[in-house]
Design a protein around this ligand. Structure first.
Ligand SMILES: CNc1ncnc2c1ncn2[C@@H]1O[C@H](COP(=O)(O)O)[C@@H](O)[C@H]1O
Length: 347
């Protein structure tokens, strides 16, 4: 594991015995909610920054943006609230703006999760939002990432294409078109996600895109009710897209909770992310407590290991560690949760 971990996951991990750590490392488990550009190892980003600085095209504005962004990530981000989180990405995006740089970053992310003596997981569904710029089309973006994903076995890695809540309908349609087309060609695109600033966009406009994706056999996962400000209308609109999985689902109202519970929709749980983005004050207040009590399907995930400085083993340590550092879940139960994550992968 090369990623430096810090914060709640690191404290929980440090409190475990060597045999508990061995237990967590040996558990087969799936990482189902990891954003590509939020999961780039810092050392890889620094290498991309060095290449960028030596390139002739670097403008002063971009160089300052990148230096400032890397500096923040290196020190460890301290978010006042979730909206600060999204401001981290322009610097990262400046470094992953060509197919080569994107492929380089994707290789590093895949290695981080899947390679080495103690890989973080046995199966990874990496997700990313296709960007178009002067160097690449959205299709070229997806193909650059997918080519790296497909270097791994189909039981190890797959791609989810993310739509951003801020996307216009034509851009969203283009992403879904490419995902469907690649899937029809037998390529390893397994799902469509909806992510981005939780307050942006009109979800009614996404209905047609998710219907088409569903009808083509792609899995659907949606960031939902990530902040207290997300409305019931927004939440019920998203549930009408018939997702198989939900990201965060922190602030579901009672009606939404009933739908999620009745349909046993898997919730992708990102403990460190929610605590650092301050949507959940303490581990004990996290909605995982209720989901665990109800035996609801969940998958433990990292979200963005670059800014959150966590790891999948660290997130599992938050389950196993004794309170107040962790939730004190038994090994038997942790094992079942790891199995559950594998059962909820997209096909
Ligand atoms: C903290 N919780 C979150 N909530 C919502 N969206 C998030 C997110 N974490 C990451 N993203 C989304 O993923 C993008 C980065 O990866 P890709 O460029 O797609 O690979 C971010 O720009 C944001 O839109």
């Amino acid at each position: 594991m090369s990623q430096h971990i810090a914060g709640p996951a690191a404290l929980a991990l440090a409190s475990l015995s060597p045999s508990q750590i061995n237990f967590l490392q040996s558990l087969p488990k799936a990482e189902l909610h990891a954003h590509l550009n939020g999961s780039i190892p810092l050392s890889c980003l620094q290498e991309l920054a060095a290449q960028h600085a030596s390139g002739s095209q670097a403008t002063e504005f971009q160089s300052d943006l990148i230096r400032d962004g890397i500096d923040k990530l290196q020190k460890g981000v301290d978010l006042v609230e979730i909206h600060d989180f999204f401001k981290l990405f322009p610097a990262i995006y400046a470094l992953t703006s060509t197919p080569d740089a994107l492929a380089f970053a994707t290789r590093a992310v895949l290695r981080e999760f899947l390679d080495g003596e103690n890989p973080q997981c046995s199966y990874l569904e990496i997700r990313t939002t296709p960007r178009r710029n002067e160097n690449m089309t959205r299709r070229q973006y997806i193909e650059a990432v997918l080519a790296e994903v497909e270097k791994y076995d189909s039981d190890q890695a797959a791609l989810i294409v993310s739509l951003d809540r801020r996307m216009g309908t034509e851009d969203a349609a283009e992403c879904v078109d490419v995902a469907i087309d690649l899937r029809h060609q037998g390529r390893r695109v397994v799902g469509i996600d909806l992510c981005g600033d939780p307050m942006a966009g009109n979800m009614a406009e996404f209905e047609t895109h998710f219907r088409r994706a569903r009808e083509s056999g792609l899995g659907i996962t949606l960031h939902i009710a990530e902040t207290a400000a997300n409305s019931s209308v927004d939440t019920s609109q998203l549930l009408s897209f018939q997702p198989q999985r939900l990201g965060h689902a922190t602030f579901l109202d009672e009606a939404a909770k009933k739908v999620v519970s009745d349909k046993r929709i898997c919730v992708e749980i990102c403990l460190t992310s929610n605590i650092l983005c301050k949507t959940v004050p303490l581990l004990d207040d996290h909605h995982i407590v209720e989901l665990l009590k109800n035996g609801h399907p969940i998958a433990i995930c990292t979200d963005d290991i670059l800014p959150f400085r966590n790891s999948l083993i660290g997130e599992y340590a938050l389950l196993l560690a004794q309170p107040p550092l962790g939730l004190g879940v038994t090994e038997d139960k942790v094992q079942k949760l790891a199995e559950m994550s594998l059962q909820n992968r997209f096909k």
